[in-house]
Design a protein around this ligand. Structure first.
Ligand SMILES: [Zn+2]
Length: 178
């Protein structure tokens, strides 16, 4: 799933939740967007730099069950008040359905290797070409991106972010306008 789809789905989920649980209004939505992007911000550069060439893998350490458990553990023990941001981090893995990528999910219990991308056309030597091939030859991947786009649309409409002043407030202080 592409980064903006992760952000849109997580922001919409938090937006719907804050309408029910008012204390979530205190959250900085910019940090929610950042937290849900962390797994890719950590793993994609590592993949581009080394691991894709070595393992043909783009989901690495931050997409492991171990990383999720460490994030939950550190959040609950060191800064429990920030649990919503840990939840945003966990949402990323759920949206990636990361349990399907077993070598990465269970890493390092199944060995030191990471999940290898499916060979049908997507296992290219270069990571950018791999993404291009995956997206042009596997239309089912687009379903998730369409969902991401619909989530973004719903988020914008629900919060009337098409009004520049409201959008600016969100960008400036991270809180959704009332
Ligand atoms: Zn990811």
């Amino acid at each position: 799933m592409l980064p903006h789809s992760h952000i849109a789905l997580t922001l919409l989920a938090f937006d719907l939740a804050r309408r029910r649980f008012r204390q979530l209004n205190r959250l900085d939505m910019r940090l929610v967007a950042l937290a849900t992007s962390v797994p890719d911000l950590v793993d994609k550069p590592l993949a581009a730099l080394y691991f894709y060439r070595r393992f043909k893998a783009a989901m690495l350490f931050a997409h492991t069950l171990l990383a999720q458990l460490l994030v939950v553990y550190f959040t609950l023990t060191k800064m429990p008040q920030h649990w919503p941001y840990a939840l945003a981090f966990l949402f990323h893995g759920v949206q990636d359905r990361f349990w399907l990528f077993r070598d990465t999910f269970w890493w390092p219990l199944r060995g030191w290797r990471f999940h290898v991308w499916r060979k049908q056309g997507s296992e290219q030597r270069d990571i950018q070409r791999a993404y291009w091939y995956a997206f042009t030859r596997r239309p089912e991947l687009w379903v998730w991106e369409v969902l991401g786009f619909l989530a973004l649309l719903a988020f914008v409409l629900l919060n009337r972010l098409y009004q520049p002043a409201r959008l600016w407030q969100l960008i400036r202080d991270g809180h959704l306008p009332e």
